[in-house]
Design a protein around this ligand. Structure first.
Ligand code: NAD
Length: 491
């Protein structure tokens, strides 16, 4: 454990206050909501604070007041604060993991450790950019010199989902803060505690008051942020439906900038000449990690006819092996925990029950145990392109497995839907791999891999999977405004 004396949170003492202007405070108008543990649907807390308009206004006022100082702070000082915050997140990873696990249900070793590490990594990565994100100078011409600068936007907000409660914070807050913006975080109403606990670490790291704040609440709090006249940008990760609402609110308020990281229905295309075991391993991990509640999960698998039977057998066997590791997320060796809550369980099992009426089940389809929201990894075969299983994001451990004959046919199938987050191609033929990679209508493509990301390259979707990019240099551009300065050299 690290030295943050103020961090005394655990499942026995959950954080139940908002974090505004470097202080934990109650909502100005008392309002709370409840959260449950998906391993048995027991009540975890009915005291999670719901931030209302006055709280949002207080946070925006504090951020507005802090912005001039934060924008002007030296690069080395800003970097020191971000790096200290990253170190504190690492020091408290297990405690933060517990605060997430009690309402998300994802096991720490199989998922929590990764997504909290991603948060710390993102702060370290973006801290490194602080004095390297240079503008441009153009050749002198006609007596004028032209330079561009990247100006921070001011008060920004991040609205995040429940499936990667701290990983998504790292992807948004770190670049926002590194480029000199103030940042207000709204975690999902399903996973509020790790985010609220960050307040103690924010203060300990040395962020000045108002620079980095946390407001818990549901979609109403999110809407207050998205439509606020003094917030200059919202970076959102979540469903397409909510993303569209946020873009509308942004346009109808102050035309704030919007980044949208939305859903996926990612195709994995496996050719006859692929390394079969490698393809199976990636496809299995990609649909079972976090019980399939991953935006870029490989939920449509297309396998060429020559190896279809072999692939099916291995895929089925590996998923059934994985199903043996479905267990209480509190156990160290559990690989798959429950779905996040009753609503998600009903949604996923609804897809499975309707799908089973008209499609063939290769494996799974059943609930595991009689309490909590555990479900087997489930695969349907021979699903028709107009079926909901084919076209809609299920967000659980459910995939469809179809065969194909030719490259042309499979590219058409892969691109036939509105999602475009991630795609994967498995083959030993580099020419074919690169050809297919360029044909995919997708923001990200894996060759002999799928469902992965790196902090130093753009992350995001095309078509209805998103707008804008996170990670790499791209995210810094999305959190800044270019300013062009023209210098008359003749006076
Ligand atoms: P969601 O859209 O229901 O909620 C996401 C966030 O938006 C939550 O914090 C919620 O409180 C808030 N919200 C809800 N209604 C709002 C409104 N009207 N105005 C403002 N904010 C509002 O999504 P979810 O169920 O939490 O997450 C699952 C979805 O997220 C899936 O579709 C998944 O694919 C997607 N996702 C995408 C990525 C990515 O990087 N592309 C990563 C993770 C998850």
């Amino acid at each position: 454990m690290g030295s943050a004396a103020a961090f005394d949170f655990s499942r026995a003492s959950l954080p139940t206050q908002l974090f505004i202007n470097n202080e934990y405070v109650d909502p100005k108008t008392p309002a709370t909501f409840s959260v449950y543990n998906p391993r048995d649907d027991s009540l975890v807390s009915d005291k999670v604070p719901q931030a209302g308009l006055d709280d949002v206004n207080a946070a925006v006022a504090a951020a507005t007041a802090a912005f001039p100082q934060w924008k002007a702070i030296t690069a080395s000082e800003r970097r020191r604060i971000l790096l200290k915050f990253a170190a504190l997140v690492r020091d408290h990873a297990e405690a933060l993991g517990e605060l997430t696990r009690v309402t998300l249900g994802a096991p720490y070793n199989a998922f929590g450790k990764f997504e909290i590490g991603l948060c710390a990594d993102a702060f370290e990565y973006n801290a490194g950019w602080i004095d390297k994100f240079a503008g441009e100078a153009y050749p002198q011409q006609d007596g004028f010199m032209r330079i561009t600068r990247h100006e921070p936007l001011g008060v920004t907000a991040g609205i995040v989902p429940w499936n990667g409660p701290l990983g998504t914070v790292g992807l948004k807050a770190a670049p926002a803060l590194a480029t000199g913006n103030c940042f207000i975080l709204k975690p999902s109403e399903k996973t509020p505690f790790a985010a609220l606990a960050l307040g103690a670490l924010i203060k300990e790291a040395g962020f000045p008051p108002g620079v980095f704040q946390v407001l818990s609440g549901d979609g109403q709090t999110g809407a207050l942020l998205a439509s606020h006249m003094q917030i200059r940008k919202v970076s959102f990760t979540g469903s397409i439906a909510t993303g569209k609402r946020i873009q509308k609110m942004a346009a109808e308020s102050n035309l704030k900038r919007v980044t949208l990281e939305l859903g996926g229905k990612s195709p994995a295309v496996v050719f006859n000449d692929s390394n079969l075991d490698n393809a199976v391993t990636w496809c299995v991990n990609a649909i079972t990690t976090n019980s399939g509640q991953v935006c870029f999960a490989a939920s449509r698998v297309y396998v060429q006819e020559g190896i279809f039977d072999q692939f099916s057998q291995k895929y089925k066997a590996a998923l059934e092996e994985r199903a043996k590791r479905i267990n209480d997320p509190e156990h160290e060796d559990t690989l798959m925990g429950p779905l996040v809550d009753k609503a998600q369980f009903q949604r996923v099992t609804g897809f499975v029950e309707r799908g089973a009426q008209t499609n063939k089940l290769l494996t799974g389809g059943q609930r595991v145990g009689d309490k909590g929201f555990f479900i087997q990894p489930t695969v349907f075969t021979g699903v028709e392109p107009d079926a909901e299983l084919y076209r809609e994001e299920i967000f659980g451990p459910v995939s469809i497995l179809n065969s194909f004959k030719t490259e042309e046919e499979v590219v058409k199938k892969a691109n036939a839907i509105e999602y475009g987050l991630m795609a994967g191609v498995f083959t030993q033929d580099i020419n074919k791999a690169l050809r297919v990679a360029s044909e995919f209508e997708s923001g990200m493509v894996g060759i002999n891999c799928i469902s992965l990301n790196f902090l130093n390259v753009p992350f995001g979707g095309s078509k209805q999977s998103g707008l804008g990019r996170e990670c790499g240099r791209s995210v810094l551009e999305h959190f800044t405004e270019p300013k062009t300065v023209m210098i008359n050299l003749t006076y």
